[in-house]
Design a protein around this ligand. Structure first.
Ligand SMILES: Cc1ncc(COP(=O)(O)O)c(C=O)c1O
Length: 402
């Protein structure tokens, strides 16, 4: 039975969504039962394969929780007490979480600005910051000293990602610098995998090498510090494919939102569904142009076409023109012509009517489409599809928890 507190959380989030988007062009249904069950499945999997019971879980909620809505997701997950950390990539996101009453630890992933006003906020709110260079380390330490606090940092180690992180050959030196910062507490040490999701031999070797390097770094750092340090490396693919990458905490984002992207061996469910309605039906004679650029011409007499009130302005990539597949009344249909900013056309059968529901991500009987299907049509990844849809202003989120 749904608990009253959860009902209130969901109702408040949905009321807020109605205020933000009173006349939606489409609905993104976010099923929080599925999010919860995906996370629990991942935790059970880690306990089983890693033979560990107390691995911490950081849920990445950056980029509006991969488009799912950062505040509702964080409030729900914090209430459920299934993870201890949230991961964001901007100070603004971290502040928004705190302003909405989130008490979990918050790790700011990536390189924050060294500007004074940012540093002050980080220290005062006890946000934890990934550190990849000494300028930010010293600036945070100085700020913490001024307000008589400790800055909490996660040292980032570049074992092969080629983005953030200290290069391994400089780690010894950097650790000594951290030790000299009296107002800085080394809370965690992290690394990141660029190809853990790739099933090719080079990628497997590459990721295993990264794990080996990180393990050596871990041993070196542990010997130099007496406090407990959280070592963490695994994103979704790392978590499920490399048991040796599971240290003290995992950071699975896309898997929590239901996208394995490869055969993970855990049945995860996409959390987001996307639906809209047919806004206009038209019948065209054979040979009529449909949409910008006339990239589609009607093929038969009295060809029926449905217009949907969504386009690339709502996060649907224009490269999906003449490609996007949808489900109308249980039947698969295709988008025809170019996707415009605010509208797109689909082929429809003779019984389809204005206001009939159109499923873009979701399931009807045996037919289903996911963000993965959409992404693979345009050479993208589900992350991008989810972020683009989930951050579109004219589409309303609707939170479900049964
Ligand atoms: C440092 C870091 N950890 C974890 C994640 C989560 O990755 P995934 O969504 O592939 O699990 C990301 C995602 O961008 C990241 O940048």
């Amino acid at each position: 039975m749904t608990n009253q507190k959860i009902d209130r959380i969901i109702e408040k989030c949905n009321t807020e969504e109605i205020k933000l988007c009173p006349f939606p062009t489409g609905i993104l249904s976010i099923n929080l039962n599925k999010l919860e069950s995906n996370i629990i499945k991942i935790i059970k999997f880690v306990n089983r394969i890693g033979n560990k019971n107390n691995v911490k879980f950081l849920l990445p909620v950056k980029a509006n929780a991969y488009g799912h809505g950062m505040i509702p997701v964080a409030k729900f997950i914090e209430y459920k007490k299934i993870c201890t950390y949230f991961g964001v990539s901007h100070l603004k996101e971290a502040l928004e979480l705190r302003e909405n009453g989130i008490k979990n630890s918050i790790l700011i992933i990536g390189q924050s600005s060294c500007e004074y006003k940012f540093l002050k906020c980080i220290v005062q709110n006890e946000f934890e910051q990934e550190i990849s260079d000494e300028q930010l380390l010293y600036a945070l330490d100085a700020e913490a000293k001024e307000v008589n606090r400790m800055a909490k940092i996660h040292l980032s180690v570049d074992t092969g990602m080629g983005r953030c992180g200290i290069l391994v050959r400089n780690i010894h030196n950097f650790v000594d610098k951290i030790k000299k910062c009296k107002n800085t507490q080394l809370v965690g040490v992290m690394t990141h995998f660029p190809v853990a999701d790739v099933n090719e031999e080079f990628a497997i070797k590459y990721t295993n090498k990264q794990i080996e390097i990180f393990t050596k770094v871990k041993n070196m750092i542990t010997s130099k510090f007496s406090n407990d340090i959280i070592f963490h490396a695994s994103n979704s693919a790392g978590t499920v494919k490399y048991s040796s990458s599971i240290f003290d905490m995992i950071r699975p984002g896309i898997a929590s939102y239901g996208y394995p992207g490869h055969d993970l061996g855990i049945p995860l469910d996409p959390v987001m569904e996307f639906k809209t309605k047919i806004s206009l039906i038209k019948e065209y004679p054979k040979g009529h142009c449909i949409g910008y650029g006339c990239t589609y011409t009607t093929k038969k007499k009295d060809e029926r076409i449905g217009i949907l009130p969504i386009g690339y302005g709502d996060g649907l990539n224009r490269l999906l023109s003449n490609k996007l597949a949808v489900i109308v009344n249980g039947k698969k249909e295709k988008s025809i012509g170019a996707i415009s900013m605010d509208q797109l056309a689909i082929s429809v059968g003779k019984n389809t009517q204005i206001n009939d529901e159109v499923i873009i991500i979701g399931r009807h009987g045996k037919n289903s489409f996911s963000a993965y299907n959409i992404a693979s049509q345009i050479g993208s990844i589900p992350y991008e599809v989810l972020c683009n849809l989930g951050n579109a202003k004219r589409i309303r989120h609707e939170y479900i928890y049964i």
